[in-house]
Design a protein around this ligand. Structure first.
Ligand SMILES: Cc1cc2nc3c(=O)[nH]c(=O)nc-3n(C[C@H](O)[C@H](O)[C@H](O)COP(=O)(O)OP(=O)(O)OC[C@H]3O[C@@H](n4cnc5c(N)ncnc54)[C@H](O)[C@@H]3O)c2cc1C
Length: 486
């Protein structure tokens, strides 16, 4: 049995380095931690303090297990990151929107006492069939496409929704060989419907349809309740930012959380796990790997996995997303009876949404995903991305719109501890290669939104996956505290 509990020395060292910020683009393989190396041991080591890792850690601690959480960044939260702007406005640079169907996240926000703001804004939307096309105004219920294109889109949506509803995984071998673009082409007759649905699905998946299989797309659809489920995932957001939830969890986990501790090696031996981080070497009975799968190689987990898993992870596709946040003195679009929503499927800027606070300011969130995000990544800096977003907004609304009073534009692919968007994905053939990917393997358990089977790529999937991984460990009944031996 491994000696439990984090040593006092480790906690103090963790606290001492908590304020240190890492250089933004430091290579993962070469930790720059300059403090004293520390050792520690616990029942479980959790690697990554995003929503998934923190949820797992809190649950394990609540059940009496000792935990060490190792986080590479100088903050907890991962892809949940809120920031107060100079003008006092709280914005979410990463995850923000929540729906009532996100039961885990809704419960967490309520428990943390966080105040909601409704994301429902009445009014028309603007639809742009291409970057240069004149915007068409219409109701959010029916895309303002010409009649024949709308009928084509409707029949295709109906057929896809039926495939999602009857999705059982039976046709894995066939569907995992076809790319999602080919699958969608087969469901649509005309280009406009293909572009409208394809752009929407790419926005949801953060990945080009040609890069993922039809199986991956249908599985994702089934995991979120199809188009109608996805549509209900944007009902509200949190007045003081989504990070209120990760701060709440981090507070609960307390001194067990070690920041600025990028992990570079994980080794399983004789029923135990040894984890090497920039801050020291840690030992435990089990480890929960709660970093996105694109980091499994960097942290030395990949080589611990079976060949079929390595094959699936070898074809892993990184999602891409750039989130641009434009703050205006007021939500001027509402005066014109507009909801602020723009849909531009397949465009560099794929969608805009109103996420205005209650203080009278107006905030538009502009999303760029897949190839659109990659195009923005090639611009020189954040200022250039904001300027491009404003040019697009002027094309949609006219040149007379006001300048933003503040703006941010975050390229998540350039973030060294995310390297991708809402989620990364299995490539073509990835499901057939390893249907059991992310099942427990030896002393290792896997969490993170990419490993979830409900609401994958959403915060809810992350929380759910963390609780599932903690449950696997507690259910195995092998920890000293679970056996009541300590
Ligand atoms: C722009 C954007 C918008 C989004 N919008 C929404 C939304 O509106 N609604 C919604 O529900 N979801 C949204 N999401 C998705 C949501 O953010 C994620 O599903 C969720 O936060 C993932 O949590 P996680 O714990 O699985 O992963 P992460 O948050 O990525 O956590 C993983 C952690 O591992 C750490 N790590 C990485 N490498 C190492 C290492 N070597 N050693 C130690 N630690 C390491 C990282 O620093 C990170 O803290 C959005 C995401 C983005 C990027």
């Amino acid at each position: 049995m491994i000696e439990t509990a984090l040593s006092r020395r480790t906690v103090l060292a963790g606290a001492a380095i908590a304020g240190m910020a890492l250089p933004a683009h430091r290579a993962l393989g070469a930790p720059e931690y300059a403090g004293p190396a520390t050792d520690g041991s616990a029942d479980v080591i959790v690697i990554g303090a995003g929503l998934a890792g923190l949820s797992a850690a809190r649950h394990l601690q609540a059940q009496g297990s000792s935990v060490i959480v190792l986080e590479a960044r100088g903050r907890a939260g991962g892809r949940v990151h809120s920031q107060r702007l100079d003008g006092g406005q709280m914005i979410d640079l990463g995850a923000q929107f929540i729906g009532d169907a996100h039961t885990h996240v809704a419960a967490l926000a309520a428990e943390a006492g966080l105040r909601r703001i409704s994301a429902a804004v009445p009014g028309d939307l603007l639809h742009m069939s291409s970057e240069d096309a004149a915007p068409l105004r219409g109701s959010p219920e029916a895309l303002p496409l010409p009649m024949i294109d709308r009928l084509d889109a409707l029949q295709a949506l109906w057929r896809i929704e039926r495939s999602v509803a009857s999705f059982s995984g039976e046709d894995l071998a066939r569907l995992d060989r076809i790319d999602a673009a080919t699958f969608l082409r087969d469901k649509t007759f005309l280009d406009p419907a293909y572009r409208a649905i394809g752009g929407y699905v790419e926005g949801e998946m953060c990945t080009a349809l040609a890069d993922v299989s039809a199986y991956e797309a249908l599985e994702q659809g089934a995991s979120i309740g199809g188009f109608s489920g996805e549509g209900s995932s944007i009902q509200w957001f949190l007045a003081d930012g989504a990070e209120g939830m990760t701060r709440y969890l981090a507070d609960a986990v307390g001194g067990s959380l070690i920041l600025n501790a990028p992990v570079s090696r994980v080794a399983q031996e004789a029923g135990a796990v040894t984890v090497t981080a920039a801050t020291g070497t840690y030992r435990a009975d089990r480890a929960i790997v709660a970093v996105p799968p694109q980091f499994y190689g960097t942290i030395g987990v990949l080589q611990e996995l079976p060949p079929s898993w390595q094959a699936a992870l070898g074809g892993w596709r990184l999602g891409s997303v750039v989130k641009t946040i434009l703050v205006f003195k007021e939500p001027w679009w509402r005066r014109a009876g507009l909801s602020g929503m723009i849909v531009n499927p397949g465009g560099v800027f794929g969608a805009a949404l109103d996420a205005s606070p209650e203080d009278g300011r107006g905030i538009l969130i502009v999303f760029s995903t897949a190839q659109g995000a990659q195009a923005l990544s090639r611009l020189p800096d954040e200022k250039a991305r904001v300027a491009a977003a404003m040019r697009w907004l002027r094309h949609a609304h006219g040149t007379g719109i006001p300048e933003p009073i503040e703006a941010r534009s975050i390229d998540w692919s350039a973030d060294p501890f995310s390297l991708g968007g809402y989620a990364s994905r299995r490539g073509i053939g990835g499901w057939a290669a390893a249907p059991d990917l992310f099942a427990p393997h030896g002393q290792l358990h896997f969490a993170g939104t990419e490993t979830a089977n409900r609401w994958r790529s959403f915060m809810d999937g992350a929380v759910q996956s963390g609780l599932r991984a903690a449950g696997e460990i507690l259910g195995a009944g092998t920890l000293p505290s679970v056996q009541g031996a300590d």
